[in-house]
Design a protein around this ligand. Structure first.
Ligand code: MRU
Length: 349
């Protein structure tokens, strides 16, 4: 089953795996309008930076295709409103804004005498292109990143940067899948990833589907696992990477990077070029999503803290580039990680 799928032509719809139901159920969710896509992104039915971008691209199509009878000025306004709606769903993953910008630019490029319907067709083609490019980028990330892994290694990962977070193959997990395809035996330690348990619910499920040797640990066990010498590399995805290589990823990633440094374990990030935000000089400018208290006090529907307790729930943190041994993107391996190496690999392609 695909993470995201567009079924039909311009009158078709988007079908998503509802990731909030995994691993117990693998339900599909059909989105027929932009509001449903907004809701699916906001509540993490579709999540992971590249997957959010792809969903938003299709959401733009869904948001304008009923409005082809409007005059061009009002059609453009509708497009802008849908873009604003989708952009308000989640703030950190830059792929969302990147995809929306691409769709808007695509609409702008259309000649003034083409019909609104033809513009919607062009938008669908652009969304499909973003989807397909992501597949290609993820496979390339896997090929480059697999060079970093050797037979017999233990690899710790945090959150889910696999097929569920992208078009199909993943970023960090693509590296592991490719290494395994090359015959390397890789043992994965998956952090459960509090508070929403993407590691426990999604990463272990996905790795088990692909017959990768995976062991689930609580986030608090990572230091012990490193001290015992069970992992030789840490590999995570990213939601936004600043021009100097600072990388935002799921809350807890920074702590893992600090632990990796303390135990001399290399910390690697894998992400496509759509995750780089070269307009931001450094990671302290990356907006960090704050989410509901209930995710911490009542995760998975079970109350684990007193009602009324004060909660702080940032969904992401930023790992400084100094802690990142290398970033793997579709163009190759960025190492050392700094503003000039990022620019040389990402900006000039
Ligand atoms: O809140 P989420 O589940 O969308 O957070 C996802 C992550 O932090 C992933 O690690 C990141 O998007 C990389 S996806 C290839």
């Amino acid at each position: 089953m695909e993470t995201l799928q567009w079924q039909g032509g311009v009158d078709g719809h988007l079908v998503l795996i509802d990731q909030t139901k995994l691993p117990e159920r693998c339900d599909q969710l059909a989105c027929t309008d932009a509001q449903q896509v907004w809701e699916a992104i906001k509540w993490l039915r579709v999540r992971g930076a590249p997957a959010i971008g792809i969903a938003a691209a299709y959401g733009m199509v869904l948001g304008v295709r009923q409005h082809t009878s409007l005059d061009r000025t009002r059609f453009r306004q509708q497009l802008a409103e849908v873009a604003d709606l989708l952009a308000s769903s989640r703030p950190t993953a830059v792929n969302l804004f990147w995809a929306i910008r691409r769709l808007r630019a695509c609409a702008e490029r259309q000649a003034s005498d083409v019909s609104n319907r033809a513009i919607v067709e062009a938008l669908l083609a652009e969304a499909r292109a973003i989807h397909e490019e992501d597949r290609v980028m993820c496979h390339a990330i896997g090929r480059h990143g697999a060079e970093l892994l050797e037979d017999g290694m233990g690899v710790l990962t945090h959150c889910n940067a696999g097929g569920l977070a992208t078009s199909e193959y993943g970023t960090a997990l693509s590296v592991i899948y490719t290494a395994q395809d090359q015959g390397k035996r890789i043992r994965v330690y998956a952090d459960e990833t509090r508070p929403l348990l993407q590691g426990a619910r999604l990463t272990t499920w996905e790795l088990m589907q692909r017959n990768v040797d995976v062991t689930l640990i609580c986030d608090s066990m990572a230091a012990q696992v490193m001290r015992e010498g069970r992992v030789q590399a840490v590999l995570t995805g990213a939601d936004r990477i600043a021009a100097n290589g600072d990388a935002a990823n799921k809350i807890g990633t920074y702590a893992v990077a600090l632990l990796a440094q303390a135990h001399a374990v290399p910390f690697y990030v894998a992400a496509p070029s759509s995750t780089f935000d070269l307009s931001l000089a450094a990671g302290d400018q990356i907006p960090i999503e704050q989410r509901d208290d209930e995710e911490v006090t009542c995760g998975m529907g079970v109350r684990t803290a007193p009602r009324g307790v004060k909660v702080y729930n940032p969904a992401f943190d930023v790992t400084p580039s100094a802690l990142i041994r290398a970033i793997v993107c579709e163009h190759g391996i960025i190492q050392p990680v700094n503003a000039s190496s990022v620019a040389a690999t990402v900006a000039r392609k």
